[in-house]
Design a binder for this molecule. Structure first.
Ligand SMILES: [Zn+2]
Ligand SMILES: [Zn+2]
Length: 181
């Protein structure tokens, strides 16, 4: 997949701009405006790269019409829960923790700290040595902050606040985030 890192980054960014998901044909069209990619390459990337999940549409006839498919942006990257609870992170010392050390309110866009007054006790730095290494490993280091946060919110179940987790879909959560910030 490394030969397609630019196309994967562009597609991820487009999906995040579309709130994390987009109709297959629409994504292909938008991608073509930004890079040269054949239909075969596009399908190959979508099927092989773990960044993308293809969801079949509601046609219900077992067919695989591209027009019925939606592409969802995925990542296995999560926030470290020990870090968020101010506990000693278990990963430390043995190969390093494989999860992000970040303030979750920073990701929601509503951390009360870190804007000059009182510093936040959790990191707001996606480019810290620890976080940047993980972002590089997942080839997410070139994604802008807003896109990255949307991707994390959409994929990390622990980031859904209790009161939203059962009822809210991701778009609703993002609406809340827009209101807060
Ligand atoms: Zn950790
Ligand atoms: Zn914070």
């Amino acid at each position: 997949m490394s030969g397609y890192s630019r196309e994967i980054l562009l597609a991820t960014s487009l999906l995040c701009g579309g709130r994390g998901a987009m109709q297959l044909l629409q994504l292909h069209r938008k991608l073509l405006q930004r890079c040269h990619i054949t239909e075969e390459e596009f399908c190959f990337i979508l099927k092989r790269c773990p960044r993308f999940l293809l969801v079949r549409g509601p046609a219900g006839d077992g067919g695989e019409r591209p027009g019925d498919c939606t592409v969802v942006a995925k990542t296995s990257l999560r926030l470290c829960r020990s870090y968020g609870r101010e506990e000693r992170c278990r990963g430390e010392g043995e190969g390093g923790c494989q999860q992000l050390h970040l303030c979750k309110f920073f990701i929601y866009g509503n951390c009360r700290f870190g804007k000059g007054r009182k510093p936040c006790k959790f990191s707001h730095d996606i480019r810290s040595d620890h976080n940047y290494r993980l972002l590089r490993e997942c080839t997410l280091h070139e994604l802008n902050e807003d896109d990255l946060f949307l991707l994390l919110l959409q994929n990390d179940p622990t980031l859904l606040p209790e009161r939203w987790s059962r009822v809210a879909s991701v778009p609703t959560l993002m609406d809340e985030r827009m209101k807060i910030s």
